[in-house]
Design a binder for this molecule. Structure first.
Ligand SMILES: [Zn+2]
Length: 230
């Protein structure tokens, strides 16, 4: 179930990107293209089903988008957008996928040069606040009477949410460094708890000891367990 909701988040992100381009740049509402954007944003995980991660790489996306658009233009001859517009839409929607994966559990940004995964985990596989905000944007997008102010408010909420999570994560890192730095930290991982909302989990390894713990958003560090390195 959670993997479907995860894909739903990718879809609504792609949908929203195209919707904003429609409303604020092109000044028209083409819902086919919003759905197109949503599907494009899900494509990298469909590719994963065949054990391939090319579409998760920033290096591959510019070329993949060209191929994708040649394919779409052959398939759908009544394209209302020009090639450059659909190309930019494809790139942005694919990048939105990478961005969410980067903010979730990591992504091989420079594949095939390296398989190293980069991450700045602030979201769980399914972040319900994110899902609700994007879903509201989609629902409101079907009502032409809803003013663009509503979308600006929703976008501001989204931005504030991401900023609060980032600041809270940095605050957690600061606390961890203050507490453990004298023991020579060799590994530090922080990620949102999958069981508790507004809670971080952390793992920290020093030269002698491995610590697991958690902390509420802007809360105090709570050590859960401690192991000595072998
Ligand atoms: Zn992915």
């Amino acid at each position: 179930m959670s993997s479907y909701l995860h894909e739903l988040i990718h879809f609504v992100m792609g949908f929203t990107i195209v919707y904003f381009i429609n409303v604020f740049v092109i000044k028209a509402r083409h819902f086919y293209y919003c759905i197109y954007g949503g599907i494009i944003a899900v494509l990298p995980d469909i590719e994963k089903l065949i054990d391939s991660i090319f579409l998760h790489s920033m290096l591959v996306i510019p070329f993949a988008s060209i191929l994708l658009n040649i394919f779409i233009s052959q398939l759908y001859k009544h394209n209302k957008y020009n090639f450059l517009t659909t190309y930019m839409i494809s790139i942005m929607c694919l990048l939105s996928h990478i961005l969410f994966d980067f903010l979730e559990n990591g992504v091989a940004l420079l594949y095939p040069l390296t398989k190293k995964e980069y991450e700045y985990a602030i979201f769980n596989q399914v972040d319900y606040i994110l899902l609700v905000i994007f879903t509201l944007i989609i629902i409101f997008s079907f009502f032409s009477t809803v003013s663009s102010t509503v979308f600006k408010i929703l976008s501001t909420c989204l931005l504030c949410y991401v900023i609060v999570l980032c600041i809270s994560k940095q605050y957690l890192h600061m606390q961890l460094y203050q507490k453990y730095n004298s023991q020579h930290i060799t590994l530090l991982e922080t990620y949102p708890s999958s069981s508790e909302t507004f809670c971080w989990n952390y793992q920290i390894r020093t030269l002698k000891t491995w610590y697991d713990g958690h902390s509420l958003l802007f809360g105090k560090l709570q050590e859960d367990s401690q192991f000595n390195n072998k």
